[in-house]
Design a protein around this ligand. Structure first.
Ligand code: NAD
Length: 418
């Protein structure tokens, strides 16, 4: 069955707004303003391909709301990008920045293309043309892009250069997720996982679950998943299972996350790791563990497997890993789900710290960055948890209520122009 989220992401984002609006008794005028993005840019991007022909790509930048600060959000290169998806992602970025209380609004960009079948030169020309087309609408105090699906620190370097050439001087704060050599931040690389496991740790605290000797399973062993496993192990949690697109592995006595990573680097997969047995990918989600970290794809936890989930805590490193139908089942079964807008907000939080360092021309050590991240994540967890307890709702609803309330307060104070 196709979930609502897959079928109409923006419709789903607006339904979430609807429920939060009821909870916080949102002023109908503010609700009306928040039903539409503030600005939608649609741009056509003619690029000369390596074979000499011209192809015209379609790109978008959706700026949802900037009442709390400059727009902020990633740029996605994917064949399935649609305006509806970019609008939904821009909405969720607005809530994500608000829930961790960083002074940003929310935006998202996307270009419909198949980067896996494009050369570096083609990707560079596409990125530079896209940047030129949106250059009037981005900037350190307007809108600060970042990497998302199939864009990376190299993409950010091209955006930085193109934007800076147009301005006539170097503007590092126009993008985040840059390489260290161009003003990137220490700690950005594993910040999403660090934030996600900080949330899992705080969730264990409120459930009185001792972490030493607790067990965990991690779905997906890329950037977010592999670092999550490392940080769980640092807390004394026994990571008994891990998976990637090739399959899943299990070891009752626990996996050594760093050795699993070395094995994946060497062989391309976690499968075949010494001392582990192979299990089904779906089986991993239903294991008898205390903590489950979905760090792979959207819509992994569905109404089919949710009734069999035994974990007490799910901390969503991935975006949208739980369908709305599964969410209702997990809530009934008293699984504490730390929602994606909070659990994976460590990445954008350190992006914000990167921007602050760029603006101040003053750079911090990794320990300083991690300490600031820790404070923001703990505070965000507590305010979302308290809101959920106050209204007797899930943590997802609690986090949305906290973030939408903050945006609504800012919109109200600003008033209407003219
Ligand atoms: P990544 O590409 O580094 O890793 C993805 C991993 O998922 C890979 O190991 C891949 O093999 C695995 N995978 C793919 N299909 C799978 C399947 N069917 N079963 C199990 N594993 C599968 O990506 P990432 O940066 O780690 O992102 C993972 C998720 O976290 C995404 O939803 C992303 O949007 C979200 N996220 C990441 C960041 C970040 O800073 N990296 C920030 C916010 C959200």
């Amino acid at each position: 069955m196709v979930s609502e989220k897959e079928a109409n992401p923006y419709g789903n984002a607006m339904k979430q707004l609807e429920s939060a609006a009821k909870l916080i008794k949102l002023d109908p005028d503010i609700h009306e303003i928040l039903r539409q993005p503030k600005r939608i840019l649609a741009v056509s991007l003619p690029i000369r391909m390596d074979d000499g022909h011209v192809r015209n790509f379609q790109g978008y930048r959706v700026q949802f709301n900037d009442a709390r600060g400059p727009f902020k959000g990633g740029i996605r290169y994917h064949p399935n990008v649609s305006l509806d998806e970019v609008k939904a992602l821009a909405t969720w970025m607005t809530w994500k920045c608000s829930v961790v209380d960083i002074p940003y609004g929310g935006a998202k960009g996307g270009v419909i293309c198949d980067p896996k079948n494009m050369s570096m030169g083609e990707k560079e020309r596409l990125t530079r043309r896209y940047t030129a087309m949106i250059a009037d609408f981005i900037g350190p105090y307007r809108d600060v892009p970042a990497p998302d699906v199939y864009t990376d620190s190299q993409t950010m370097s091209w955006i930085l250069d193109t934007y800076s050439q147009i301005q006539g001087y170097q503007v590092p704060a126009v993008v985040t997720g840059k390489p260290l050599a161009l003003g990137g931040s220490e700690g950005r690389n594993n910040s999403t996982a660090r934030g996600c496991i900080t949330c899992a740790r705080e969730a264990a605290k409120v459930l009185n679950l001792p972490l030493k000797g607790a067990t965990a399973a991690v779905q997906g062993y890329g950037n977010a998943g592999s670092w999550s496993a490392v940080f769980l192990a640092e807390l004394g949690v026994n990571v008994v299972a891990a998976s990637d697109s090739q399959g899943a592995i299990y070891s009752k006595s626990g996996l050594d996350p760093q050795k699993v990573q070395q094995h994946k680097d060497k062989t391309g997969s976690v499968v075949g790791f010494q001392g582990s047995e192979e299990i089904g990918s779906n089986e991993l989600l239903e294991l008898e563990v205390d903590i489950l970290i979905p760090a792979a794809l959207e819509n992994s936890i569905t109404e089919r497997n949710a009734p069999n989930v035994k974990a007490k805590i799910i901390s969503e490193a991935a975006n949208g890993p739980t369908t709305p139908e599964a969410d209702a089942i997990l809530e009934r079964n008293k699984v504490l789900v730390v929602p994606d807008i909070l659990a994976n907000a460590g990445g954008v939080t350190v992006s914000y710290l990167e921007w602050v360092q760029n603006l101040e021309r003053e750079y911090w050590t990794e320990d300083e960055v991690n300490a600031k991240l820790e404070r923001k994540m703990v505070r965000a967890f507590n305010s979302s948890y308290q809101m959920s307890q106050k209204h007797g709702v899930s943590m997802r609803s609690g986090a949305l209520a906290v973030s939408i309330q903050r945006v609504a307060d800012a919109v109200k104070l600003l008033g209407l122009f003219p």
